[in-house]
Design a protein around this ligand. Structure first.
Ligand code: RAT
Ligand code: ZN
Length: 448
């Protein structure tokens, strides 16, 4: 077969606008956001939105407590609006908001408040100098209904679908599910299993109280009863995956020195005998988020978690021992990233995703995305937002898109230097995979 040759002029013009082509493709491709803490409007107060929520994001609470002369108790005694005022004053007015979480508020407000909400995805974003007057933003967003707010943010962020974090042990959330609250097809469920896998004795008491015949020792009918519990919640939520977040001490199989052996053994049994068989039967990946050191400083509440280096061997063992299961994995410490990426080269049932939480900073996203592209090609999920407040989708995706586009442009430029000129269609295909296609393929489903 003759090898098709690209006309020289066409190749030259593609090279000259690789950056523009990639940037445009990344901007215009709608995202499937594989991990957030958002809820649809029907879930009432669980859907956090607006300026005061943006400013009291726990990432900013941690930052403000470094600079204000206020006890934790007095901070928590303030109303949400007062906390927001304090954070605006201390982190935006008395010093420049250069941290990533602060800059995110600026990006969000600039786009949300100063843009025409009918703006189409991919249009240049119109922004102006950002007002220093917090009440200006409050007033600008005050009249939005939850539905309008969701529509506007999804359009501005060019997000098509988000995956929630759904905890059947959470007393407030649980009631919405049991009541059969209306769903919004843009919000996909993820069944979060932290209570089962990190606080088993308390979860066991709760399950017992709900009528499941479980024993803390895992004896008797415990395994089949916990499976029954999972089956019921899978039927109720129709999740796209099962998920857990784990500490840096997570080991599999066996026990680490950092935690009581009995807990590790029980967790490994719950994973092997309950979670993985159920996940397999339903064709659902098991998502592991590894490396969070919960409550390093409890006085900071949600902002009080830290990070620790974890053991990638645990992930390798899981993938090896359960080739019929699919694992999505993100790790919190920078030191784990390279090893995790190498592990993904060894196991096709392992999908690395996102630059999680303390890694969600431009310098680290650039580094991680570049070496993932170098080691895995386009076969990974570069980012998730972890948004807890609806409006955050705007900045999380604006910032991520620009960094993903830069990393990708660099790879194509290197490729061109080597003699391979990608076409616009090829670039768009690759971007589509990175922005959501890979997730849907990994699930074994086409994007709905
Ligand atoms: O990024 C965050 O907001 C963290 O508090 C956690 O939600 C973390 O992402 C998690 O899902 O446990
Ligand atoms: Zn999260």
């Amino acid at each position: 077969m003759p090898v098709e040759r690209m006309p020289a002029e066409r190749a030259a013009s593609l090279i000259s606008d690789i950056s523009e082509t990639v940037t445009r493709a990344v901007e215009e491709t709608p995202v499937t956001d594989v991990h957030t803490h958002l809820y649809p409007p029907g879930f009432g107060s669980l859907l956090l939105r607006g300026v005061d929520e943006l400013l009291t994001y726990h990432y900013l609470v941690a930052e403000v407590m470094r600079v204000v002369d206020l006890s934790y108790d007095r901070f928590w005694a303030l109303s949400k609006r007062e906390q927001a005022n304090l954070i605006w004053q201390a982190l935006f007015l008395e010093r420049s908001p250069v941290s990533e979480a602060c800059r995110g508020v600026v990006t969000t407000l600039a786009r949300l408040v100063r843009s025409d909400h009918r703006q189409a995805a991919g249009d240049p974003v119109r922004t102006g100098p950002v007002s220093r007057d917090l009440d200006y933003y409050r007033a600008a967003l005050a009249g939005l209904s939850a539905q309008e707010h969701v529509d506007r943010v999804f359009a501005l962020a060019n997000v098509r679908r988000v995956v929630m974090t759904n905890d059947p042990f959470d007393p407030v959330e649980r009631e919405f599910w049991l009541a059969g609250t209306d769903r919004d097809p843009r919000f996909l469920a993820a069944l979060r299993l932290d209570p089962l896998l990190v606080a088993w004795p308390a979860a066991a008491s709760q399950l017992l109280a709900w009528g499941y015949k479980v024993e803390t020792s895992l004896g008797g009918r415990t395994v089949s009863e916990v499976r029954r519990f999972l089956e019921e919640w899978i039927a109720r939520l129709d999740p796209v995956y099962l998920a857990v977040s784990l500490g840096p001490d997570f080991v599999y199989p066996g026990a680490s020195t950092a935690e009581p052996a009995e807990e590790a053994v029980i967790r490994a049994r719950l994973i092997d005998e309950v979670v993985l068989p159920v996940a397999r039967e339903h064709g659902l990946p098991f998502a592991l988020m590894i490396g969070v050191k919960r409550q390093v400083n409890p006085a900071l509440r949600l902002a009080g978690d830290g990070v620790g280096r974890a053991c990638v061997e645990a992930v390798e063992h899981l993938c090896k021992a359960h080739p019929e299961n699919k694992f999505m994995v993100t790790m919190l410490s920078r030191e784990n990233q390279h090893e995790l990426t190498v592990a993904a080269r060894k196991f096709r049932n392992l999908m690395p995703f996102g630059c999680w939480w303390f890694l969600n900073n431009p310098s680290l996203i650039t580094e991680i995305t570049r070496f993932r592209l170098e080691l895995l090609g386009t076969s990974f999920i570069p980012q998730h937002s972890d948004a807890r407040v609806l409006d955050q989708l705007i900045y999380k995706w604006a910032h991520s898109r620009s960094l993903i586009a830069q990393a990708l442009t660099r790879q194509y430029e290197l490729l061109v230097e080597s003699g391979w000129v990608p076409t616009r269609e090829e670039i768009e295909r690759d971007v589509k995979a990175l922005m959501g296609g890979n997730f849907w393929t990994f699930l074994g489903r086409g994007e709905p």
